[in-house]
Design a protein around this ligand. Sequence first.
Ligand SMILES: *Cc1c(COP(=O)(O)O)cnc(C)c1O
Length: 239
Amino acid sequence: MSHLNAAEIARNLDQVRAGIAAAAINAKRAPGEVTLIAVSKTHGPEMIEAALAAGQRHFGENRVQEAAAKFPVLKAANPDLVLHLIGPLQTNKVRDAVKIFDVIHALDRAKLAVKLAEEMKVQNRRLPCFVQVNTGREPQKAGVDPAEVANFISQCRDELHLDIVGLMCIPPVDEEPALHFALLRELARDNGLTGLSMGMSADAEVAVTFGATHVRVGTAIFGVRETPIDSGGQDSSGD
Ligand SMILES: *Cc1c(COP(=O)(O)O)cnc(C)c1O
């Protein structure tokens, strides 16, 4: 698979945006309620530049080090670029993550919440955070158990004063994503949260039907990734 050129990326972006807009309208939602996050992991700066030239402003990366290597320059040149951390975060990378990213999507455990709260205070950067929920209760996958979500959110909000804006999930690969999107929506509602980070290339439109406010789309915009990178669901430990 060769790299897509700028015209191909622009065309893909148009298609993804049109699909999201149509799904939103079908669900009687305003297309503007949905933020498209272009997931640029493994792709070089020239491909991100192509997306920027096509008007894309929200980008997602799942590794702190990779983002640190690519994005400071792009952000300096594009002050309105918004960078989302969508993958697991180890506590020893929290300082760099708070420096580089604007939104955190995979807040999944108390130890990380404590560390994020500390570091945001030090850097005086209060980043919006999504709590990742393990909707499929998969043992190998990151995320708070659905039964623990309410407790975890109140701990993050009331004790740590984190800016919790919504919930995030990665459905099990072999299950109907709609069931997981519906569960995530219900959990968000129960906890008074409006943000829903769900839906990837294969199921972004389904996610929008179920109320997604943030969809994370990589392959459908930038093409197939050459370096296999875990989906962000595994191995959040390491600390
Ligand atoms: C890689 C990744 C995506 C994008 O996946 P595609 O199938 O390429 O759209 C979305 N969310 C997370 C957490 C990811 O790690």
